[in-house]
Design a protein around this ligand. Structure first.
Ligand code: NAD
Length: 443
């Protein structure tokens, strides 16, 4: 099947690549000329495990095309995905300008029936806006053409995006058109072989499903961080509590890890956007407001521990920082807790020596040129001459380090761990002063 994907970001690129991988003929359109040129030369603009070989092989096989030519993209395919960004507006609501711009582009160039599929995360009612935008542009062109707008939200996780798209937990199709449903069932058939994953529903429910999923996950994290904060006050260890509640199948172990807050391009913006959408229909989303407030405070937690420990005297300190990306297996630093921490440390006159297995280039892009940031080539190099160590991301490579080396390299054996990677008792036995999140009295 011929497919066009607008937007080659995390979602569009992975979606385009896996559709090509199963044999579809995919054109990916982006307004970013540099990105398109990089991809056409065999480069990959993001780090995502398993993505590079799929893109390269399908590009070479002629099943995957990258272009800035929107007209070609629209006219080549019946099925057109919108996978462009929906960043927060000034008030936190989702900014639809890129989505609506693609809708207009489709309407400007279409010559026959199109199925326009919205994969971007968008507020309830956006399909109606996309439909209205296409209708208006066709009216201006004085042509009458049929089209359908489908909601097909994406649930991939950065860091596991290829795997998630190749074997999705579910494929949500929001459509009232039996023709569109039939076409999309055919498109997704290779991913729906062993058991039924396609859930068909009305468009508005599909749009809300995506927000509900992300907000539920963010709620689990903020809930657990609240329990961690209570554990700290009560002198309990939240890691024991986590294991204790996770064993209940109604609760489960997923997404109840306490830490220094959630980040990324999705949870913060989607929680905010649903709060704003709720306000717009006269409803105060009190649970979500609290989820956001708890997370905001949680991102300042590590700095609070550090500042208390040093009585606010951080001027001239050198801080070893492990982990810059907002979570492991990605180079994405959008809304990362590490950023909040670094900016607070810099404000107080500290210097950061940072290491991340994948996000060094991105850090350079965001903060390059600062003389209070040193990007180090290894996690060991980041320790050299530092006063203490802070951990912001739970990369596998940080889980069992050489603690003797850490002690040797740091000016004092002191670790602030935003991901609870280590056992406080072991740290005590090793003579390391250790602060985790919600671990009772620090030892
Ligand atoms: P991104 O910022 O990585 O990529 C968006 C791309 O769209 C960019 O390359 C940009 O140049 C391009 N673009 C903008 N306007 C365009 C236009 N008019 N025509 C063609 N291309 C255009 O975004 P992303 O992370 O891939 O997210 C896309 C959407 O998917 C968002 O709504 C997001 O909330 C949602 N989503 C993201 C994830 C994730 O983990 N990143 C997961 C599920 C859903």
């Amino acid at each position: 099947m011929r497919v066009t994907v607008f937007g080659v970001g995390y979602v569009g690129l992975v979606q385009g690549a896996i559709l090509a991988e199963v044999g579809h003929d995919v054109t990916c359109v982006d307004v970013d000329q540099d990105k398109v040129a990089l991809l056409n030369n065999g480069g990959i603009p993001i780090y995502e495990p398993g993505l590079e070989p799929i893109v390269k092989e399908n590009l070479a096989a002629g099943r995957l095309h990258f272009t800035t030519d929107a007209k070609e993209g629209v006219q080549r395919a019946e099925v057109i995905f919108i996978a462009v960004g929906t960043p927060p507006d000034e008030d936190g609501s989702a900014d639809l300008k890129y989505v609506l711009s693609v809708a207009r582009t489709v309407a400007e160039h279409m010559q026959e029936h199109k199925i326009v599929i919205n994969k971007s995360t968008v507020p309830v009612g956006t399909a109606d806006k996309v439909r209205a935008s296409i209708t208006e542009t066709l009216r201006q062109r004085k042509v009458e053409l049929s089209f359908d707008v489908v909601s097909n939200p994406e649930f991939l996780k950065e860091g596991a995006a290829v795997k998630d798209c190749m074997s999705p937990d579910r494929i949500i199709l929001g459509t009232e058109s039996s023709n569109s449903e039939k076409v999309l069932r055919r498109l997704y058939a290779p991913f729906n072989r062993n058991h039924e994953k396609i859930i068909v529903m009305d468009v508005r429910s599909a749009e809300l499903t995506k927000y509900a999923a992300n907000c539920m996950l963010a709620t689990k994290i903020s809930f657990m961080n609240e329990i961690a904060n209570l554990a700290e006050k009560f002198g309990a260890d939240v890691e024991n509590v986590r294991r204790g509640i996770g064993s209940d199948p109604r609760i489960g172990y997923h997404f109840i890890y306490p830490g220094c807050g959630y980040g990324g391009s999705c949870f913060p913006k989607d929680v905010q956007a649903l709060i704003r959408s709720a306000n717009a229909v006269g409803y105060q989303a009190r649970v979500l407001e609290s989820v956001e407030a708890v997370n905001y405070a949680q991102k300042e937690k590590l700095f609070g521990y550090i500042s208390d420990y040093f009585d606010g005297q951080l001027d001239g300190k050198t801080v070893a920082l492990w982990g810059l990306s907002f979570k492991p297996n990605t180079d994405d630093m959008r809304e990362a807790p590490s950023r909040v921490l670094m900016e607070q440390l810099w404000e107080e006159g500290a210097t950061v020596q940072a290491y991340d297995p994948e996000a060094m280039e991105e850090t350079q892009r965001v903060y390059g040129g600062r003389n209070d940031l040193r990007l180090m080539g290894t996690k060991e190099a980041a320790l050299s001459g530092a006063d203490f160590l802070v951990i912001c991301t739970d990369w596998q490579a940080f889980k069992a380090p050489d603690f003797e080396l850490i002690k040797q390299q740091l000016a004092q054996p002191l670790i602030f761990d935003g991901r609870n990677l280590y056992d406080p008792q072991q740290m005590h036995e090793l003579g390391i002063h250790y602060f985790g999140i919600g671990r009772g009295q620090s030892i």
